[in-house]
Write a protein that binds this ligand. Structure first.
Ligand SMILES: [Zn+2]
Ligand SMILES: [Zn+2]
Ligand SMILES: [Zn+2]
Length: 271
């Protein structure tokens, strides 16, 4: 499987909208891997994860063909992962009929409510199939198992274990320390690739619905202990906030000794 990490920032982006902190200023000056857009990923050419406000920019920047997308999985309803109003542009009048017919969407109930609220001038309605943690889906060549995140109250936020062609990856954004249900599921899973959020980066904020480097390293240690990652599993951290004091070069210097890669926008990983 090939996964492209299309957006690697937390909700406000880096540089953030309206911010002149030293991280945002330096990111503006340095450019390159320090420029981070809102979250999203693409597995091979047909399985899309999340549809945030920078999706069109991702399509343009990486010369993606969204008419190849067959399945769209949503992790949760936060705006940086579900810019639901953008979805209307997949509908007839803005796009050929086949685009809308081909792309099947899967989400929790909060995302479903947002998506079903989208008004389209020609009367088309968007719909999504409800999915639940630990109820696997077979979508073409993929077996997808949603698992519980620990991210926001009042919503069943999901992370995804994706299996295809004998390979297994775990896409884990957004979450705090994983819930027991998810640890239990991951035991012995021997992941080939872990993509893990690290929103707080260098700052140990008390907020428990995202992870810092220290916490991410603890997650990796536990995943190793329970046989969910091996010495040769690839580990990539993503979803960084400027509040985490997160310049790409510094994060890379801190994590390379641990064998961990720092995601950047457009990064392609063979899992
Ligand atoms: Zn997010
Ligand atoms: Zn800033
Ligand atoms: Zn979120």
């Amino acid at each position: 499987m090939k996964i492209r990490i299309l957006g690697t920032a937390a909700a406000e982006g880096i540089p953030a909208i309206g911010c002149d902190c030293s991280i945002c200023k330096t990111a503006r000056e340095r450019g390159g891997k320090n420029i981070r857009s809102r979250s999203g990923a693409l597995v091979n050419d047909d399985l899309k994860i999340d549809f945030g406000p920078d999706t069109l920019y991702h399509i343009h920047r990486n010369q993606l063909d969204p008419t190849l997308w067959k399945w769209l999985l949503f992790t949760h309803s936060h705006h940086d992962h579900c810019a639901h109003e953008e979805l209307q542009y997949l509908l007839p009048g803005f796009a050929p009929e086949k685009t809308h017919q081909q792309l099947k969407m899967f989400s929790n109930a909060c995302v479903q409510t947002k998506i079903e609220s989208v008004e389209h001038y020609a009367g088309y309605r968007l719909s999504t199939t409800l999915i639940q943690a630990f109820e696997p889906l077979m979508l073409g060549p993929y077996q997808i198992t949603p698992v519980d995140a620990n991210h926001t109250d009042g919503e069943d936020c999901l992370l995804f274990v994706i299996e295809s062609e004998g390979r297994r990856l775990f896409y884990a954004s957004d979450t705090g320390w994983l819930p027991d249900t998810t640890w239990d599921y991951l035991a012995g899973k021997s992941l080939d690739l872990l993509v893990l959020e690290c929103t707080k980066a260098f700052i140990e904020a008390e907020y428990t619905k995202h992870l810092s480097f220290t916490e991410c390293l603890q997650v990796c240690e536990r995943l190793r202990e329970i046989g969910a990652i091996r010495d040769d599993s690839q580990i990539v951290f993503t979803h960084f906030s400027h509040n985490g004091n997160a310049l790409h070069e510094e994060m890379e210097a801190a994590m390379t000794p641990h064998g961990i890669q720092i995601a950047y926008d457009g990064m392609v990983i063979e899992a």
